[in-house]
Design a protein around this ligand. Structure first.
Ligand code: NAD
Length: 261
């Protein structure tokens, strides 16, 4: 229970990677603020489930992170309900796939706002409290797309490259303050979002399940294995340990060899 007494904000934690990271932090004793969209009853089930299983305080704030004023409200909520943010996990993200000359302008703005600018706001608002305590952890879910590109994902790739640079800059600014700032860059992660694409792709392309997994989804991933949400959460948790205090400004890949090629 090495995080007892600490408070974590995990953005985009109503599903996928974020939910698993929030659960892993709670399992080590952290009080947690959940954030993200979804069905209110389902979110309440998740919130209560984590609270009951791990005997910690778990809050929920549905702030839309593309809106800076709502991010300010979220950070105020964390301070009022849980006493501040010791561990900030910038995880909320979205994708849109289209060639750049057809890319909807509104989608570009949303992806940059959520996948890049939101982390600027959460970080600038969380840092003063961390510096005051002399301890803090900022962990951002970047992506293999923070290091390499794919066609038709210009906004996502721009935002994820941006967040990797932002991470380095803030790490240098905070290097002597007890705060570490890192990102994790997963390859293809097995989430329900990915799983749900398989039947449609099988039908649309006349492929078997195995062909869709290996030749479409995992084409870039040499291990031909999906990363799991538990693996990403385990690395995020490790970054919160005192043993990880020398890791700052890093972009840690977890991509089955994708970016080694
Ligand atoms: P997901 O869709 O399951 O989770 C996204 C979360 O963000 C959800 O909780 C959603 O409600 C929330 N969200 C969306 N828009 C929001 C907004 N405007 N304000 C607040 N919250 C919002 O996806 P995931 O796969 O768990 O992705 C989490 C992060 O991991 C993202 O940053 C994504 O880019 C990154 N990532 C995912 C993969 C993958 O293969 N799944 C790979 C690399 C990186």
């Amino acid at each position: 229970m090495f995080l007892k007494g600490k408070t974590a904000l995990v953005t985009g934690s109503t599903s996928g990677i974020g939910q698993c990271v929030a659960t892993a932090l709670a399992a080590e004793g952290a009080n947690v603020m959940l954030n993200g969209f979804g069905d209110a009853a389902e979110i309440e089930n998740v919130r209560r489930g984590i609270e009951d299983a791990h005997k910690v305080r778990v809050g929920y704030n549905g702030a839309d992170l593309t809106k800076p004023d709502q991010i300010e409200g979220l950070m105020r909520g964390c301070a009022e309900e849980l006493g501040g943010v010791d561990i900030l996990v910038n995880n909320a993200g979205m994708q849109h796939v289209a060639p750049v000359d057809e890319f909807p302008v509104a989608k570009w703005d949303l992806i940059i706002a959520l996948n890049l600018t939101a982390a600027f706001h959460t970080t600038r608002l969380a840092l003063p409290g961390m510096k005051k305590k002399g301890w803090g952890r900022i962990v951002t879910t970047a992506s293999a797309h923070s290091l390499v590109a794919s066609p038709n994902k210009s906004a996502y790739v721009a935002a994820k490259h941006g967040i990797a640079g932002f991470t380095k800059s803030v790490a240098l600014e905070t290097a002597t303050s007890g705060v570490t700032v890192n990102c994790i860059s997963p390859g293809y992660v097995w989430t329900s979002l990915v799983e749900n694409q398989i039947p449609d792709t099988m039908k649309a392309r006349g492929l078997t399940r195995e062909q869709v997994m290996n030749d479409v989804l995992l084409a870039a991933q040499p291990t031909k294995q999906f990363v799991t949400v538990e693996q990403v959460a385990a690395l995020a948790l490790f970054l919160c340990r005192d043993e990880a205090s020398a890791i700052t400004g890093a972009n840690l890949t977890m991509d089955g060899g994708w970016t080694a090629q």
